[in-house]
Ligand binder design. Structure first.
Ligand SMILES: Cc1cc2nc3c(=O)[nH]c(=O)nc-3n(C[C@H](O)[C@H](O)[C@H](O)COP(=O)(O)OP(=O)(O)OC[C@H]3O[C@@H](n4cnc5c(N)ncnc54)[C@H](O)[C@@H]3O)c2cc1C
Length: 585
């Protein structure tokens, strides 16, 4: 049976020590989220995830969702769990009090999301999408739409979903065919078919609010002609709208999350934002959803890692190469073997640094919304813009990698269903594809984020990282962390420069190296995170030697064994795209 224990100590380390939240007590809303309240919320979230959601995870995977005459039934126990989730006030957590929210900071929500993704990824998809819909409506909806729909989305009584994809298009949304015809009463009639709609139909909420991309009759060609509409399954007067589910997909993982075909048959909808302004409005939802999907990778990596560590300590096979470790046993636990240790440390180095980056990005989002200083808000926005593709793509690539490593640590038992680890590998895979494939994230990084305003987004990473190296230059204990960080920052600068220049001459050179560049960027961001954690550990190690020594050991492993990957990535990037583009395929 798989295990999951919420990593409360790790959340507290990140919030209190790594992010130093007490520095932000003057920011509106932050003092309310006191250390005591944070701790209470983490404990309660942990209880809910460990005791309610986690026990449903394997059962939900085995039973799956059931499609019956236009309705979709979630697996046994899921509707009740959702009820408990709503009663516990979880959906309203980080929402605006004007619409019934609790106004708590987003970084606490991020911790809750990670725990939910670890405990039961399928369950988490509905609330995750609802929060994205909430964000899009908050920012782009009219006052009337907000007043009518937000309060029940905030409580979780209604859910929000995202309707972009159609049979002929997913990445290239300029090809959508769904039509919106204006009506005299100011509404629109929406007609078309959307596929792969997560939680497009389910039996946990009374209503489902679809945010749908469609084209107006006078729409220009391509993405410039896309508009966003709010289309409820049930209208406010209680009558059923023309929104029908004609089936669910059978798929590799997330079996307890319905992936639906939704037909809009002259459904009544309302414009969000301005005509043809749909992509901008939808990007709010997608950006929020991209961070959330990144955290799916992290959540799965955490639970996979926990199971791998437990198994590696208990499974005995062979003897340690340097001498018997456990003479009381017929063989040593596999955790003594270098390759198993490499796998475990790779998982740990990823999950702990990823958690810090996820929480930092959520904190920046809070500061962006709440900080009185315009310059701080602008910097936070630039940080989020830069990190969103990295977080989405690297976290989900690593979610799959870590789940696979956990399976490898389990040997044959990893491949069979009973131990639960193969489910993590199946569930993790989709996160590399939806919310914009990871290849598209890499194009976003090099095409939009790298060149923006002559590298202004990049400064949000390079400047603090260089300043950190400078600050610790004369500290010999930090040299083993700052030297590699400095060296690899240099490689990343070289790659950025090369891509920036070559992209102008030959766009294939830039696009051909984009995935490698994103990974290289992520590795150097993680090196900065591990160097910062090492500095904290060195300062505090007397307080709790075991805990902080473990941080130093993982930081060392990252610098020695993972960060050098940037060298081959740099070489491959600067080899250009000829060998890709001139090959006859
Ligand atoms: C389980 C599941 C749940 C989903 N949930 C939702 C949902 O809730 N709402 C929703 O609207 N959609 C949803 N989707 C759809 C998902 O977002 C799309 O599948 C995804 O965006 C990719 O689109 P596509 O499948 O059409 O692939 P394509 O766009 O056909 O892409 C195929 C391949 O080509 C690559 N490619 C395409 N264009 C380019 C380019 N210009 N440059 C480089 N490479 C390119 C892609 O990276 C990919 O590798 C879901 C899908 C699944 C499977």
């Amino acid at each position: 049976m798989p295990v999951y224990k919420a990593p409360i100590r790790e959340f507290e380390f990140v919030l209190n020590e790594y992010l130093g939240l007490e520095r932000y007590q003057d920011v509106p809303g932050f003092s309310e989220a006191s250390e005591d309240l944070r701790s209470a919320i983490l404990q309660e979230g942990a209880r809910f995830c460990e005791e309610v959601l986690f026990p449903l995870n394997q059962k939900g995977d085995q039973q799956g969702v059931r499609y019956e005459n236009g309705t979709v039934k979630l697996p046994d126990g899921f509707v009740d769990a959702y009820k408990q989730y709503v009663e516990g006030g979880w959906p309203s957590f980080a929402c605006d009090p004007n619409y019934g929210g609790q106004g708590l900071p987003e970084f606490l929500n991020m911790a809750a999301i990670e725990m939910i993704c670890s405990a039961n990824l399928s369950f988490g998809i509905t609330p995750g999408l609802s929060h994205g819909a909430y964000n899009a409506l908050m920012l782009h909806g009219s006052e009337e739409l907000k007043a009518a729909y937000l309060p029940k989305i905030v409580t979780g009584e209604w859910s929000g979903v995202m309707g972009l994809t159609e049979p002929q298009c997913g990445t290239d949304l300029g090809l959508i065919r769904t039509k919106a015809i204006p009506q005299e009463d100011g509404s629109y009639t929406i007609t078309g078919t959307k596929i792969f709609i997560s939680s497009g139909e389910q039996d946990a909420t009374d209503n489902i609010i679809h945010l749908v991309l469609a084209k107006l009759p006078d729409a220009p060609e391509g993405t410039k002609g896309i508009s966003l509409f709010l289309v409820p399954k049930v209208l406010l007067d209680g009558t059923r709208n023309g929104v029908n589910c004609s089936g669910v997909e059978h798929k590799m993982g997330i079996h307890a999350s319905p992936t639906c075909v939704i037909n809009f048959e002259e459904a009544k909808g309302w414009l969000i934002s301005v005509p043809h302004g749909g992509m901008k409005a939808m990007f709010t939802m997608m950006n929020s959803a991209r961070l959330y999907v990144g955290v799916q990778g992290l959540g799965l990596a955490e639970v996979a890692q926990q199971n791998a560590f437990a198994y590696a300590n208990e499974r005995v096979q062979g003897r340690a190469l340097t001498g018997v470790a456990r003479p009381d046993k017929p063989a040593d636990p596999i955790i003594v073997h270098p390759d198993v240790r490499r796998m475990l440390l790779t998982m740990k180095a990823f999950t702990e640094a990823a958690r810090a980056l996820a929480m930092e990005t959520a904190l920046k989002s809070d500061l962006y919304h709440r900080h009185p200083d315009k310059k701080v808000r602008e910097d936070c926005d630039h940080f989020i813009q830069l990190m969103t593709p990295i977080l989405k793509a690297y976290f989900t690539d690593m979610g799959t990698e870590v789940a696979n490593l956990a399976m490898q640590v389990h040997g044959g038992y990893g491949y069979i269903a009973e131990y639960g680890v193969e489910q993590y590998a199946r569930d993790a895979r989709i996160a590399q594809i939806y919310e914009g494939t990871n290849g598209i994230q890499a194009l976003d990084l090099i095409g939009r984020k790298l060149p923006y305003n002559t590298g202004r987004y990049l400064r949000q990473f390079f400047h603090p990282a260089m300043a950190f190296v400078e600050e610790h230059r004369n500290n010999p204990e930090m040299a083993e962390f700052t030297k590699p960080l400095h060296k690899h920052l240099g490689y990343l600068q070289q790659a950025s420069l090369w891509l920036g220049q070559r992209g102008l001459v030959n766009p294939n050179d830039a696009a051909g190296g984009s995935v490698e560049y994103l990974r290289m960027f992520a590795l150097v961001v993680f090196a900065h995170i591990w160097a910062k954690k090492a500095a904290i550990a060195l300062q505090n190690r007397d307080k709790d030697p075991e805990y902080y020594e473990a941080k130093l050991a993982t930081a060392r492993f990252f610098m020695n064994k993972i960060l050098p990957g940037t060298v081959s990535l740099l070489q491959s990037i600067t080899n250009g795209s000829d060998s890709i583009m001139k090959a006859k395929l």
